[in-house]
Write a protein that binds this ligand. Structure first.
Ligand code: FAD
Length: 403
């Protein structure tokens, strides 16, 4: 088979790249190779509304089947791209077939980190795709006691969903606070409190030493604590960029597949986008690896623009959101734990923002139920505007004056 553009990975970034190529009037042939059963879909709801039945499966998909047919985008589902021959421009597939390409886009996402627990268990889950979410959803219905290892976004979102369904929820966390890697202490405290008010039990500084499947339960032993027993255990301990086929093809990788500002890899006709990339960011003057919808969509746009002759370098303020109970947290920029943090707004009213300022510059902002501060904050970060912290401390100061 031959295709002008081949995209490996039918996820958010891969799907968007095909959609945007057609939007930008790309006329050549496009083939997407995806190892999942599904057409490209959005993952955020998998740990939120989809888990509790608020969002139905059809709503997850970027586009319908007919869109891809009408736009002549050929999608090979349940097909693994096993290797790349970058000199001959061939992708070798799991079904033994070969696809010849002019340009290749790697949109291969990331893999979940797993605990060293090899036994098959019907009630232990990781969450990355629709199938995982469907299995958790099914098991949740039958469960009373839910255990979660890891208090990152995904663990906390699952906790929020499980509480909405009236379950008893315990979270086991190695660190001493929630979302330790990604947010300020103020935000950690706020969300811990939010979960505790809703009845979630936290076990901090706790490492699961042994996990065992006993009858229909999962048992976890933790040093100096009683044995814990759950009907359902989910593990959310981070992800790693998927770089395997790139590395094997001698494409340069570090903390992800290394790309330039146009998402081009060390091989000229091969691009990479989304979670799998390690890309330059001018605002922070260093390379970043991001795990977010915004990054997946914007890098897809960068590549689609580049291929259709519009060379716009990728230069974005990273942003992300999470939803837990009635609180929506939007984060723009990259938190630096050594920066100064200023809280503006009302914690009691659950409407506030945390400004992260370093060298008189706003480098990140965390907004709880404050979308307008988030929009202004994003612009301030992008513009590298000088910020006087004394104004931020004044609750009556209009942020727009900084713009
Ligand atoms: P993916 O969407 O993971 O797609 C990669 C695809 O490539 C996968 O289908 C994979 O199976 C496939 N693949 C890999 N290797 C091969 C191969 N060799 N051959 C064929 N196919 C291959 N982000 C936010 O901004 N906000 C949120 O609230 C949020 N919530 C999330 C909740 C969950 C449960 C998850 C899992 C993620 C969430 N994210 C969220 C992150 C966001 O979904 C990802 O950053 C985004 O999906 C990245 O897109 P991607 O295309 O790079 O990777």
């Amino acid at each position: 088979m031959q295709s002008d553009i081949v995209i490996i990975g039918a996820g958010h970034a891969g799907g968007m790249a095909s959609i945007l190529l057609r939007k930008f009037k790309y006329k050549g042939s496009i083939t997407i190779i995806g190892d999942e059963t599904y057409l490209p879909y959005q993952r955020p709801a998998l740990s939120k509304g989809f888990l509790i039945g608020d969002i139905i499966e059809e709503r997850l998909f970027l586009k319908s089947n007919s869109y891809y047919d009408d736009n002549k985008i050929n999608i090979l589902t349940k097909t693994i791209a096993e290797s790349i021959d970058k000199e001959k421009k061939i992708v070798n597939l799991s079904n033994g077939k070969k696809v010849y390409f002019q340009k290749l886009i790697l949109a291969i996402g990331s893999n979940v980190n797993k605990l060293d627990y090899k036994k098959n268990s019907r009630n232990l889950f990781y969450l990355r795709d629709i199938k995982d979410s469907l299995k958790i959803k099914k098991q949740l219905k039958k469960s009373s006691h839910v255990g979660i290892i890891g208090s990152g976004y995904i663990g906390l979102e699952i906790a929020s969903a499980a509480k909405k369904l009236g379950k008893d929820v315990s979270i086991i966390e190695m660190e001493d606070r929630v979302m330790n890697r990604a947010v300020s202490l103020d935000i950690s405290k706020y969300f811990q409190n939010k979960h505790e008010i809703n009845g979630v039990k936290f076990f901090f500084n706790a490492k699961a030493e042994n996990i065992d499947s006993v009858n229909n339960k999962i048992e976890i032993s933790i040093k100096n604590r009683d044995l814990m027993s759950f009907d359902l255990l989910t593990i959310g301990i981070g992800i790693k960029p998927n770089t395997k086929i790139a590395k094997e093809a001698q494409i340069k990788c570090d903390n992800g597949i290394i790309v330039n500002e146009f998402c081009q890899t060390s091989s000229e006709s091969i691009f990479a986008i989304g979670d799998c990339t390690y890309h330059p960011n001018k605002i922070y003057n260093r390379n970043l690896r991001l795990e977010s919808v915004h990054n997946a969509v914007e890098q897809a746009k960068t590549v689609a623009s580049y291929i259709t002759g519009n060379k716009v370098p990728y230069n974005q303020v990273p942003w992300f959101w999470t939803e837990q109970y009635n609180s929506k947290l939007q984060i723009a920029g990259i938190i630096d734990q050594d920066a100064k943090f200023i809280v503006k707004g009302s914690l009691e009213d659950e409407c506030f923002s945390v400004f992260c300022v370093k060298n008189k510059q706003l480098i990140a902002i965390e907004c709880v139920n404050s979308p307008s501060n988030f929009m202004i904050g994003k612009k301030l970060i992008e513009g590298k505007k000088r910020i006087e912290t004394k104004f931020l401390q004044d609750n009556n100061f209009n942020l727009k004056k900084f713009l």
